[in-house]
Every structure is written in C-alpha cells, then in structure tokens.
Ligand binder design. Structure first.
Ligand code: IFM
Length: 452
C-alpha cells in the first residue's frame, strides 16, 4: 500500500536511541469487563450511571483487545514501531484491590508482554490509567490514605511478575485528570464534586507514586521507573497583568502542582494559597516520600492552554484550527512545553512524549480506506515540534502516538476517534488509516537511517 511520509518531521534530527511507539490503555480497549475473574473498576460503575457517557456506552466490549491481543500485536509490529505503551487493569489482576490476586489476569499481561518481546517490541507499562477497583472506591478510593498502601502492593506485585521483562513502568497516567475531572468537576469516574477531596486525592496519588517507586527499586528491576503527566503550556490571552497572573496560576495547578513535589519536594506556594482551606493534609515526611529519583517523566500533550482572567477566551470563536474534541491544533506549544520543562526541572533526566494525537471525524472512504489528512498533518507537525525541542537540548527519549486504534474515549464514549487504526465496532475490523501508513513509513525510514 502506498503512503506519504511526514515531510516536516522528516527534516528533523532525532537521536539514534529515540524510541517510536504507539499507546493505549486497558479500559479503553480491552473489553471483557467481567471475564476470567476480573473485578469491576470505577469506570465500569461510572458508565452505568445514566447520562454520564455521551453515547451511553461503556467499556464492556470496547475493542475486544482481551480476546484479540495477538492480532493487535501483529498489527503493532506491522506498523514498524518499536514500542507499545499499555496499561494493566488493576481489577483484572487483583479484583478488589486487596486480598487475592487473579492468576488469569496476571497471565494475560504476561502473555501480552511475552508476545511483544517475541515480536521485537519494547513494552512500556503503566500501572494506573484510571481504572481503580470499585471495591477500593467503596471505602473512599483515592481520598482514603489506605489506597496508597494498596497501590504499593499492586505495583510490587506487577513489578515482581513483569518488571524484569518490560522496558519501563510508569506509576500513574495523568494524576491531574483523576483528581480534577474525577473528584472536582466530576465528569470522569468516580464522578465526585469536591475541591477539597480532589486536592487530597492528588496528594495521595503523588504519595503512592513515591512509595511505589521506592518499593520497586528494591527489586532491582530491568525496567526504568517514572510517571506520566498531562501538560499544556499556559499562555496569557492578552498582555494584561491579570491574564499573566491567571496563566501563572493555571500552570501552577496543572504542571507545578505535580512537578514541584516530584523534583523539589514541596507544593507550589501560590496554588496552596489559592486552595486555602481546601489544601491537602500532608503528613510529616510525605514530601520526602514523593521526591524520590525517577528515570523519566512522560508528557502527554494535545494542545496549549490560553488563560484569561475573566475566562472569556474561547478557542471555538477564534478562527483556530480545532480537533474533534474542540482542542486547538498548536504544535509550537509542544516545543515550548518540552523546553520549559527541561529548563525548570533539569533533574527530570529524560522526557518522553507518552501521548500525542488528535481526534478527527474519520469516514471510511469508498475505497475502504480512511484518508485522515488532518491527523497525518497533526502528527507531522507535532513530531517536528519534538525535533525542535531536541535541537534546543531537551533530553528526549521517545514519542508515542495516542492512539494505536480508535477506542473508548471516556465521557465521549466511542464518538471521538483518536486511532491511527480505524475500528469498525460492529465487526471489530481494524483498518490502518493513512496516518498509520505515513507514521509507519516515517519510523521505518528513521530506523533504516540508524543502521547506515
Ligand atoms: O484517551 C485519553 C487518554 O486515556 C489519556 N490522555 C488523553 C487521551 C485523549 O483524551
């Protein structure tokens, strides 16, 4: 099949050890929500509440990856990439988050990892991509400090089983989303609306990260250890002092709130003041428990943030190029972000773009193919933006497209398609879109160039 490469990205230089990959998460693709002893997660429960998922769907079936994993691994291999970022479903391996482990669930991930290795693919594992066991939510979830201990047990259990085979283990994916969207605005599971609780949840997530890393280090794993954060560079909508102050605060809430504890051992003072009585309770010693050496920070980037003091900025009215999520396409923001993270947190030794991509409406053409020029252009310009950051000295380790295939996009259900592979949910047929073919040819050309 013919395809075009990515012309802007192709003009950039990437280090020889730079890793090219694709990413997914368990709940969004696996389905098999109650198969082989899996327990319910908070997302299984949340989806059952009327009105919370745009199309009324759930993750019950999703992409049937639990059953189709071998075919999917062949597909990843055929895309020419080197790495696959996936997550483990906590309730699949330990159904209630406590007590008995589920050997069938563990065996599934072992087969998956062995299958990746057999195909020459590097496994990048994430422990928590949001699907907390419901049984733990029933006793307070991430608001309960005891969940921190359960998470450490989970991390150690997975690390013992897979940590000598996988390339990397990330503790959490986007803890900001869990705290803010899950506990403050309530648009994601577990659907709570309590700012005080959200702040406490963010602290427990960070604490569990630090304690899990410390516990996993003792196992002397092959895997590198780190965390994945969603970030957006914040720009003031105008030059006014008020808008600048707002941009600074928004950056504090999204980025510094996580990066300062991880690397500097404290929460940002301006955000603590902003939270006032809602600031989290922090036990003596917690900040040292959080600030432990890690090997990488994964950054998930989709768009920039524009801050205006009166919240009047609306990307939908600005004539800007938007994705199907209503997010602005702004590749320069990725360069700005990576450069600033490296400048502000030099102790973050290695950065990865662990997610980047766009949702676009993708009709299947009369020729049976998906000509997703907008996504192909998005990938081209954003990969080029990573190349620009590398040229400015940012220590980048790799880039992973979100997502391998169309999947369950949380509160948007199946209406938004992020995949470079199209999924026909009626038949579960997978069809690589033009963006997948362009990415494949780009990556294969990069890999071939290394060998000369
Ligand atoms: O689908 C999500 C993913 O689970 C986490 N990062 C953002 C993606 C797009 O919304």
């Amino acid at each position: 099949m013919s395809s075009s490469t990515l012309p802007t990205a192709s003009a950039k230089r990437f280090p020889d050890d730079f890793v090219w990959g694709v990413a997914t998460s368990a709940f969004q693709i696996e389905g098999a929500h109650d198969a082989d002893g899996k327990g319910p997660s908070i997302w299984d429960s949340f989806c059952r509440q009327p009105g919370v998922i745009a199309d009324g769907s759930s993750g019950d079936v999703a992409c049937e990856h639990y059953a189709r994993w071998e075919q999917d691994l062949d597909m990843i291999r055929d895309l020419g990439v080197e790495a696959y970022r996936f997550s483990v479903s906590w309730p699949r391996v330990r159904p209630t988050g406590d007590g008995e482990w589920n050997e069938a669930g563990l065996a599934f991930y072992e087969r998956l990892v062995d299958g990746l290795l057999a195909r020459g693919l590097k496994p990048y594992l994430t422990l928590n991509h949001w699907d907390l066991p419901q049984a733990l939510q029933d006793i307070g979830g991430w608001g309960n400090r005891a969940t921190v201990e359960r998470f450490v047990e989970y991390a150690v259990g997975i690390a013992k089983r897979l940590g000598h085979k996988v390339v990397s283990i990330a503790t959490h994916n986007e803890p900001w989303v869990v705290a803010q969207l899950g506990h403050e605005t309530g648009v994601f599971a577990p659907g709570l609306k309590d700012r005080r609780l959200a702040a406490q949840v963010s602290h427990h997530l960070l604490l569990s990260h630090g304690l899990a890393v410390t516990a996993m280090r003792e196992l002397q794993l092959k895997a590198s250890l780190g965390i994945v954060l969603n970030m957006a560079p914040m720009y003031p909508a105008t030059d006014s002092d008020a808008d600048r102050a707002k941009a600074r605060l928004e950056d504090g809430k999204l980025r510094r709130w996580y990066m300062d504890p991880l690397f500097n051992g404290h929460y940002p003072q301006d955000v603590i003041e902003h939270l006032g009585d809602d600031a989290p309770y922090v036990e003596a010693g917690d900040m040292d428990r959080i600030r432990v050496p890690i090997d990488f920070v994964g950054i998930n980037y989709y768009s920039r943030g524009m801050a205006s003091a009166d919240n009047s900025f609306d990307p939908k009215t600005g004539g800007l190029e938007l994705t199907d999520m209503g997010w602005e396409v702004y590749p320069q923001g990725l360069t700005d972000l990576l450069v600033s993270v490296h400048r502000d947190y030099p102790a973050a030794k290695r950065l990865y773009v662990t997610e980047n991509g766009g949702a676009f409406p993708d009709p299947v053409g009369a020729d049976g193919r998906v000509h997703d020029e907008d996504r192909t252009r998005y990938l081209d310009t954003h990969i080029a933006a990573v190349g620009d950051a590398i040229a400015q000295g940012v220590p980048m380790g790799g880039y992973m497209v979100w997502s391998l295939m169309d999947n369950f996009e949380w509160a948007s259900g199946y209406e938004k398609r992020f995949g470079i592979v199209h999924v026909d949910y009626a038949t579960q047929r997978r069809t690589p879109k033009d963006s997948a073919l362009a990415y494949r040819d780009f990556v294969l050309a990069r890999r071939a160039a290394r060998q000369v």
